[in-house]
Each structure stands twice: as structure tokens, then as C-alpha cells.
Write a protein of this length. Structure first.
Length: 268
């Protein structure tokens, strides 16, 4: 059984994505001079409250405070950037993109590689892979040292079914992560396994699926994907065992398959 690749955008490992979020101490932020703001104290309090709520994951509150800060002083790129992060946290990706793009037109934090990455990531969430690719390419052209940039671009290529390009980026990302001693999670191995599968490298696909299963043996679709590779290698009995395991773990797509006439061969 060959399944269509299902886009699950929440499977990005948080530990890998965290490299793109700015780890800034509130007290170290450079704010615009008080003379530029009509209500300096109100601006300062709103911005710091926004940062505090953003750090604590209170994204709606963070958006509200950054919006207040922007209304008082709308020439500070930081407030737009961080409101973009908060909008991402809320799943408001069109608004996040607008905020990030606005922040790049102004002076301030100005981390253009990172901001392009963030824009690209929101486009991925919107499944607008063409625009995601534009901004991820910009991020990599500015800073080629971040594994997360290549990982995300590889994910874009995967969804565009550009398997050779996807594999190259996943491999580059892997090298960069391991060089920094950053841990790769199960979904990374699952995705690179899926790329190998589509390139016809079935044994490499299985090796990576096994790594994903070793890290997280309770994720049903890992077994389903491994089953696909085993089936194509002619190992139907092993494939069936993996499909059944996937079904028992609650993977609905394989359950439906096994309950259909197409899956009758696995019941015998």
C-alpha cells in the first residue's frame, strides 16, 4: 500500500526550529529614543509586556501588547518582528508574513536571514511552497550555516516531489545539526526515509524508518511507511506485520486499507 504523503506541519521538531527564534533578553533590547514616541512610558511597558507574554507562550496577549506599542510608535521593527512570532504561534500566518515583511523594511533587529526563514516557515504552514522556497533561498544565501534553513527547504522540495533536491538539503541539514551536537528527532528520519523511498533506495528508506521507530515506537505511520518499502522489496510477510502494527497504533489510513478489499492479502 502506497500512501499519499500527508502534510503535517506540526511535525517539525521544536528543538530544530528553535535555532531561528531570537533569544533576546528584554533588558538588552535597543528601543527607539524616547523623544520619538508620544507616550514613551506606554510604549516601553507595552513592548516589554508583549515580550514577556511571547516568551511564556501567551500569543494572543503578546499580539495585543505589540499592537499597542506599534500604535504609539510605528517605526520600531522589533515590535513588528515579535508580533509576527506571536501571530505564528496563533496560526495567523498571513498576518505573521505581513509583520515580518514590514520589519525588514525598517532599521532595528534586522536579522534578514532569520526573518526570511520565518516568512518561509509561515508560507509552508499555508502550503504555499513556491513562496516558501523564495524566502528560504534568501535565508540560505545570507546565512548558509543554519541547519534549520536547509531542513525546511528540504521539506518544501519533498512536498514538491523534487526528491533529489530534498535529499541534498536533508543531508546538509543533518551534517550541520550533528556538527553542533543537536539531536535529530524521529520525524526528521521519517521524512528522509520517505525521500529515499521515492528515489527507489528502499533499504536506505527502511534504515531511516527504523531510526524513527527506535526514537518513537508509538507513531503508527512510521510502520506503515516501512511496510511500503518492505512490500516493494517483495517482503510481503514483513510488510503485513508492519501494516498491522501501524493499525494497532491507531493509524487510520492503514486501518481503512486493511479493512478494504485491497488489503485482503494481509489478512490471509
Amino acid at each position: 500500500m502506497k500512501r499519499k504523503f500527508l502534510i503535517n506541519l506540526f511535525l517539525f521538531p521544536i528543538s530544530l526550529l528553535s535555532v531561528v527564534f531570537l533569544q533576546l533578553n528584554i533588558s538588552n533590547l535597543i528601543s527607539p529614543s524616547a523623544v520619538h514616541a508620544t507616550n514613551w512610558n506606554g510604549y516601553d511597558v507595552s513592548k516589554k509586556s508583549g515580550l514577556r507574554n511571547l516568551k511564556n507562550g501567551n500569543y494572543q496577549k503578546a499580539v495585543e501588547f505589540f499592537t499597542k506599542a506599534i500604535k504609539i510608535y510605528n517605526r520600531d521593527s522589533d515590535s513588528y518582528y515579535f508580533r509576527g512570532e506571536a501571530n505564528q504561534g496563533l496560526g495567523n500566518h498571513n498576518e505573521a508574513i505581513a509583520d515580518f515583511k514590514k520589519s525588514m523594511t525598517m532599521d532595528g533587529i534586522g536579522y534578514k536571514a532569520n526573518t526570511n526563514y520565518m516568512i518561509g516557515y509561515s508560507y509552508i504552514q499555508l502550503e504555499d511552497f513556491d513562496n516558501a522556497l523564495i524566502h528560504l533561498n534568501k535565508a540560505i544565501s545570507i546565512n548558509s550555516d543554519e541547519g534549520g534553513y536547509y531542513y525546511s527547504r528540504g521539506y518544501v522540495y519533498l512536498n514538491q516531489e523534487k526528491w533529489d533536491e530534498a535529499l541534498k538539503d536533508y543531508e546538509v541539514a543533518k551534517v550541520k545539526y550533528l556538527k553542533k551536537k543537536e539531536k535529530l528527532d524521529e520525524y526528521f528520519y521519517s521524512e528522509i526515509g520517505y525521500v529515499h523511498y521515492n528515489l527507489g533506495s528502499l533499504k536506505l528508506a527502511i534504515d531511516n524508518y527504523d531510526k524513527a521507530i527506535e526514537i518513537n515506537p508509538k507513531e503508527g505511520f512510521f510502520y506503515s511507511d516501512k511496510g511500503d518499502a518492505l512490500y516493494d522489496l517483495g517482503k510481503k510477510e514483513d510488510a503485513c506485520a508492519n501494516y498491522i502494527k501501524s493499525s494497532k497504533l491507531g493509524y487510520e489510513e492503514i486501518k481503512d486499507y486493511l479493512n478494504s478489499t485491497d488489503g485482503d492479502w494481509c489478512k490471509k
